[in-house]
Design a protein around this ligand. Structure first.
Ligand code: AMP
Ligand code: MG
Length: 287
């Protein structure tokens, strides 16, 4: 791969444009914006090229949080239909950094206990602590997606939840959490291919869920619900990024790059020693 000449910001390239209504149909699931190479063959090198910096940045974040409960934290929120690649992103992009600095939480159909609370209760309980990178595999957005598509809430409730979510995320941002909200945008055809691949391979049966077909049967309703989410919860303090997800190699690279760009923006140094370095050197030498 040629040396990187100029790096285009993936955050800029993938940020969902604020303002007018967003339609998922207008977002290309098969493109590769801001990728520095020439397609798939350059992806492994591109991942290697970023991993040292990503590790270094993550270590700075972790170090900042060690003695300081007010240190920044980062929350990578992954949304997308089945097969969009939430698991793949966690394995390949998040997997580049030290697992000790990562807190992963997957949100499933709410348990009885969770259902007894407000939908943000389980989310608040899973937020990353100082110095950590939290990963949400699904999130409170399910409460305006599947819950809406399945007809459990009316339009007035959807609008109310958008307001609540915006207020909640603004509060998170104000208290030092950088949010990276990713919509993994897989096309209908690619999803079909991926489901068929799961059914063609006994080693992948475990990934297949017959319920995923019901989601496909509601494809248009999901796209509309996602469009509304991207329209109404795309704030400056908690913006949405639309990740083209038909190319797995691009999807993984793009999310890793988003992590890098947001960590860089925190501009973290290293914590100063809270001991006398010279004195400690002398003590270690003499020991
Ligand atoms: P998976 O991520 O494939 O393991 O599936 C998790 C399932 O939980 C998906 O079908 C989601 O739609 C569902 N789910 C997650 N959060 C909620 C929620 N708040 N209400 C209803 N279903 C949910
Ligand atoms: Mg699934």
């Amino acid at each position: 791969m040629a040396k990187k000449v100029k790096e285009v910001s993936v955050s800029d390239a993938l940020r969902v444009r604020p303002g007018g209504p967003v339609r998922v149909a207008d977002l290309d699931p098969d493109s590769a914006p801001a990728f520095p190479g020439n397609g798939k063959k350059d992806a492994p090198d591109a991942m290697i090229a970023m991993s040292a910096e990503l590790s270094d940045l993550q270590e700075r974040l972790y170090a900042a949080g060690r003695d300081n409960p007010d240190a920044p934290r980062l929350l990578l929120l992954l949304q997308g239909l089945d097969t969009a690649g939430k698991g793949g992103v966690i394995r390949h992009a998040v997997g580049l950094v030290d697992p000790q600095g990562i807190e992963i939480k997957a949100f499933k159909v709410p348990t009885e206990e969770e259902r007894a609370h407000h939908y943000l209760w389980r989310i608040r309980n899973a937020l990353p602590t100082a110095g950590m990178i939290g990963i949400f595999d699904r999130s409170h957005y399910e409460d305006v997606l599947v819950v809406r598509v399945d007809g459990h809430i009316d339009e007035a409730e959807v609008a109310k939840r958008f307001d609540e979510i915006n207020a909640f995320e603004a509060e998170l941002a104000a208290s030092g959490t950088t949010l990276i909200k990713c919509f993994l945008n897989v096309s209908r055809d690619e999803q079909q291919q991926r489901l068929l691949e799961r059914l063609a391979d006994p080693e992948k049966y475990w990934k297949y869920n017959p319920g995923d077909v019901d989601t496909r049967l509601n494809w248009d309703a999901y796209m509309e619900a996602y469009g509304d989410v991207l329209t109404h919860t795309n704030t400056d303090v908690a913006p949405w990024y639309a990740i083209p997800a038909d190319k797995k190699w691009y999807r993984n690279w793009a999310v890793a790059q988003l992590l890098i760009e947001h960590l860089r923006a925190l501009d973290l140094g290293w914590p100063a020693a809270d001991f006398d370095v010279e004195a400690e050197i002398a003590r270690v030498r003499a020991s």
